[in-house]
Design a binder for this molecule. Sequence first.
Ligand code: G3H
Ligand code: 13P
Ligand code: ZN
Length: 334
Amino acid sequence: MVNYKDLGLVNTREMFKRAVAGGYAIPAFNFNTMEQMQAIVQAAVETKSPVIMQVSKGARNYANATILRYMAEGAVAYAKELGCAHPEIVLHLDHGDSFELCKDCIDMGFSSVMYDGSSLPYEENIRISRQVVEYAHKFDVTVECELGVLAGVEDEVAAEESHYTKPEEVIDFATRTGCDSLAISIGTSHGAYKFKPEQCTRDPKTGKLVPPPLAFDVLHEIEEKLPGFPIVLHGSSSVPQDEVDTINKYGGNLPDAVGIPEEQLRLASKSAVCKINIDSDSRLAMTAAIRKYLAEHPDHFDPRQYLKPARENMKKMYIHKIVNVLGSDGKLAQ
Ligand code: G3H
Ligand code: 13P
Ligand code: ZN
């Protein structure tokens, strides 16, 4: 049993309180490689931002759970080495799909877990969410739960039909589970293809897809029911078209990839939304840089040569999100 406090990590409670009050959101970036971890820490240190580093079940399978936990411990030491005396880094389980998985992460030093029972019947979601919360709170680990189903793929759970979170359920759900934050469905979705072309309009100038707006009316109703309660948005990559164009220019094939416009995320950040999940944009930034580099240097084969620009490109993206979209720069407690 390892407690996250001994690793220099923090839970989400205080940072969410400050974010809701201050009208900004904390970035939650997924990671499963060393280069992502380095880029996240460099970006957080340079912008003086709290940050959530999150690990999915797929990431645990790819990289090994123990290695990722040590990487997060290393991230704290690395942030200090880069000059940040008091980094605020959360190690969070993304889309935990069972009590056992959440417990395993808590026992190995995670400071925050998500239990995602959004695809289960309502009462079953409450029952397991409550079980996770009871265990987590014994160790002061914070818990995110989810109500409402996002379109696309919820980790390994395919959501055939999305439905928005029902505002009339949130008080009962939050009270009975005791969760610390609530992920809601208001039109975001996972991956680089968030909307089908027929759900969008097309910009006549660029020919690019323009997605439908998020359901801010649902968000506002939820905020009214749970004043000041921390709300989380999953599936919030904006799928930058310059990265998509670079990928396609250098041999990729991502037709009609489309994300959530950043102005909408900027607006959401000013509300009770205090955690915004971004994974796909990091994948796109990495892939675009690697494709370009290899196309321009066909004789290179040292991974450090192409991973260096990939890391730089991810760092640039993380800084942009923190400063220009979420507004968490300069928000460390000390
Ligand atoms: O919400 C899902 C995250 O983007 C993680 O995706 O399961 O492919 O690691 P993954
Ligand atoms: P994106 O696929 O939009 O980056 O969403 C990531 C996410 O929600 C991780 O939980
Ligand atoms: Zn998610």
